[in-house]
Design a protein around this ligand. Sequence first.
Ligand SMILES: [Zn+2]
Length: 335
Amino acid sequence: MKRAIQLLLLTLIIISSTPQHTHANNEELSQEEIFKGRMELYQKMETVTQVPWYYLAAADTYERGLRRAQRDRPREEGLISIYYEPEVWAGPINPNKEDTDPLSISLFNGVGLDGNGDGIASLSDDEDVLYTFANYLEQYGFDEEDFRIALWDYYQREQSVSIIHGHATVYEHFGNLDLDDHAFPIPLNHNYSYKNTWGDRRGWGGRRIHEGTDIFAGYNVPVRATAYGKVEVKGWNMYGGWRIGIRDLDNIYHYYAHLSGFEKGIEEGSIVSPGDVIGYCGSSGYGKPGTQGKFPPHLHYGMYRDNGYTEWSFDPFPSLKSWERKAYQDRKKKK
Ligand SMILES: [Zn+2]
């Protein structure tokens, strides 16, 4: 009965919406059109399944990051990045791995569903893929705890649950998908300097390589968030001193270390925008809590990417350069 109501709803939505390709070719669209198209899909599925759009957006965004980070995952062709392996979609013992018939797919225990009432359940149809995922979440219920449990059963990995849950809070907070902007961590009107020190040997803490860029600046120069995201970690770390970790929507963890202190109101769970002050430059670290002054004050800035299995650091220097360049251009425009 419930399924019948959903199909009816879907049909009504399809009839009422303007004609459009359900499988948009993402290379022909502007960034704005992509966000708009995605939001329409998320909201359509929210109407049908009651699963909040920001849950769908969060999981889809996480999977987009995985597609960028994993070589064996194909790039998405449409707007939605949620990925099903063909044998999962069609059913493990289905002789036809490209099956798009909802009936035989379900007969072979495949997960693929027809999301737009065209009688076809296709892996390359955004609405079918998103509906299949929303339908999965729907069976767990609609509150935050239900969502976490559904994600746990799906990914079997606490880190994935935590990242997607974080994405959902960020999307719910801002109410839109256009959250790609970045900022340079140090305001341009302060003196600072940095060079590429990626992979240098470090002097303290044994044989570790330098996983980040050091930006030298004076004590208490403001340190700003470089991306939209959620504060995942705040506190003392033996190496990093007073440090903050922020997770952005590309599944990247931004690590800010050696701070002299934190900005008031910044806590674990806080949601930040690029340019928000999160703390102040210092020389904390390399010892027990409160240790400082063992090296000149600087911001140690690191970036770590999650690929669905593990997290690894990559060189933040090129990103810093491009955000800095953009900041100078924007300042020029204002003059
Ligand atoms: Zn450093």
